[in-house]
Design a protein around this ligand. Structure first.
Ligand code: GLC
Length: 559
């Protein structure tokens, strides 16, 4: 099989748009987004300028975790459509020259998956060992086998009365972990990967892949010195036995070998891995035995927009992900507070954030709606549908309110999953005005919607379009190196960096300047660039070779 040369690897230079299928576009009239709805909006996605679409799961599922609880990996949830709709979706994406990334939940299935139903039916069922079952603590076995905590706090062991054993679930109780020490499970899931590769998937996003294997001897997690999530645990308990197991690293290397069998075009893996940089970098494997192609680097989700902090982060990404590696730059996703709402929903700051994301040396991941300034909703906890919040409902109202205020991103995921806003009409054009959408539309949709923003050339939507376009046009922006401009050469509120490519005789270069404050700033141009090729605003500042003027929160690219 012929491999493409390194430089042609599309996934290194692409831009990714994440669609949460339930919330993108309802075509069937039930208030829930679906595949035909998505297909009807593909021209919009293409026109936006993104090159790859990642879909949160739309496989058969009881939807207790809205698709991250799968009951059949090779079929489509009926509320979203059929396999025929899915084949059409893949085809239509490819016809437009775009790529598709499927979300793959390998760690666990739904507890309604036929495999788990069989597994729990008796201790001697042939599928018993497909999941992680253990006896409880002696003498009566009525206490969990060990001290392992699930991600969502509390013991991750659940008692099954019928067979008098406990099963392990790293995330929520209805998401039992598969047992990858059983070769049948591994073979089955590798088969699933091939099934989707053969259908045309261009890559996979691997859900909580860091939790795939646990300690084979079920040893207790040791104590940690840390209360907050850190290198060696959380809430004073280490996650040594339950996360980042060496066998998981071996697994991702095997998976990489599998997907590398498919070339023309090449495929890729991006992993959801949490932890400090040196730990998560290990998932990339070694040059001769690679693992994941890329990893979500979630520090970008909450990072403060300050020149000093961003400078540090860019340096860190460069240090850990030098060529041939490439970092990722994620602003928002379906689990976390929408980034714009960390900036008081300010559209100008959101444009600056977009400019940074689309010019940094990284693969950008844009979450649907970011391009129109879609805001975090504020649905009360009592009305939430997300299973993660259910455990907070028992708490007194005052504590609930306090918790929501301080940790809204962690406990209330409905608020970042509200319908896409297409028009200023009721329900924002996501579904008919006479239907109740599955989640209430966020406030501000009368102005923050695709139709209205299309008509305003200075809108955030057009800002995204300009930067996405220029990123495609200038190869330095999608595959060049990055060098920070010395801070002594710039005013305090400005960050500058260059993106460049040097071949034996030519050096291509563009320079990016970002103003992080709401005041106009003027400074001498520290580079040889002369012309502005993109700005977050359409009103071009009067810049020239010697002098640069940036308006409040303006970011520009110069060549
Ligand atoms: C990941 C997903 C999240 C899901 C969880 C369990 O973190 O992003 O939405 O609930 O895994 O699958």
């Amino acid at each position: 099989m012929t491999r493409q040369p390194e430089t042609d690897l599309w996934w290194k230079k692409t831009t990714v748009y994440q669609i949460y299928p339930r919330s993108f576009m309802d075509s069937s009239g039930n208030g829930i987004g679906d595949l035909e709805g998505i297909i009807s909006k593909l021209d919009y996605v293409k026109d936006l300028g993104v090159e790859t679409i990642w879909f949160s799961p739309f496989y058969t599922s009881p939807q207790e975790d809205f698709g991250y609880d799968i009951a059949n990996y090779k079929d489509i949830a009926p509320e979203y459509g059929t396999m025929a709709n899915c084949d059409k979706l893949i085809q239509e994406i490819h016809d437009r020259g775009m790529k598709i990334i499927m979300d793959l939940v390998l760690n666990h299935t739904s507890d309604k998956h036929p495999w788990f139903l069989e597994s729990k039916s008796s201790r001697d069922n042939p599928k018993r060992d497909w999941y992680v079952w253990q006896d409880g603590k002696k003498p009566k076995g009525k206490a969990p086998p060990n001290n392992w905590q699930a991600r969502i706090t509390g013991s991750g062991w659940y008692y099954d009365e019928n067979t008098d054993q406990w099963y392990w679930a790293q995330f929520l109780p209805f998401q039992p972990d598969l047992n990858y020490r059983n070769p049948e499970v591994k073979a089955k899931m590798f088969g699933t990967v091939r099934f989707w590769l053969e259908k045309g998937a261009d890559g996979f996003r691997l859900d909580i892949i860091d939790s795939l294997y646990e300690d084979a001897a079920f040893r207790n997690n040791p104590l940690s010195r840390h209360l907050l999530p850190s290198e060696d645990g959380v809430l004073f308990k280490s996650t040594k036995m339950t996360m980042h197991h060496p066998d998981t690293m071996i697994f991702v290397q095997e998976l990489r070998k599998l997907i590398d069998e498919y070339s023309n075009p090449s495929r890729f893996l991006v992993g959801e891995v949490e932890g400090p940089m040196p730990t998560i970098k290990k998932y990339c494997g070694e040059v001769n035995n690679p693992g994941l192609n890329s990893i979500f680097l979630f520090e970008t989700l909450g990072v403060k927009l300050q020149p000093k902090t961003i400078r540090k982060l860019l340096n860190k990404f460069n240090q850990y992900y030098p060529d041939p590696f490439i970092p990722t730059w994620v602003s928002s996703n379906h689990d976390i507070m929408r980034r714009i709402s960390r900036f008081n929903n300010d559209l100008e700051i959101a444009k600056l954030n977009a400019a940074l994301q689309l010019t940094a040396r990284a693969v950008p991941y844009i979450y649907y709606g970011e391009e129109i300034g879609l805001q975090q909703n504020s649905i009360p906890l009592s009305d939430s549908l997300d299973a993660v919040v259910s455990r907070f409902r028992k708490l007194p109202k005052v504590i609930q309110k306090l918790l929501q205020k301080i940790t809204s991103e962690a406990i209330h995921r409905d608020n970042c999953r509200t319908p896409m806003q297409w028009t200023p009409s009721q329900n924002a054009g996501f579904c008919s005005p006479s239907i109740k959408p599955w989640l209430p539309v966020s406030s501000g949709y009368q102005d923050r919607n695709v139709e209205t923003m299309y008509n305003n050339p200075d809108s955030i939507l057009h800002c995204y379009k300009r930067f996405l376009q220029i990123r495609k046009q200038y190869s330095v922006l999608n595959s060049g190196r990055m060098t920070l401009i010395a801070s002594e050469l710039l005013p305090k509120q400005v960050l500058g960096f260059s993106r460049w490519i040097k071949t034996s005789d030519v050096k291509e270069e563009v320079n990016i300047f970002l103003n992080f404050e709401d005041t106009l700033v003027e400074f001498s141009n520290p580079t040889a660039s002369k012309n502005i090729i993109a700005s977050t605003t359409i009103v071009k500042a009067e810049n020239n070779e010697q002098k640069i003027i940036l308006r409040p929160y303006e970011a520009i690219i110069m060549e």
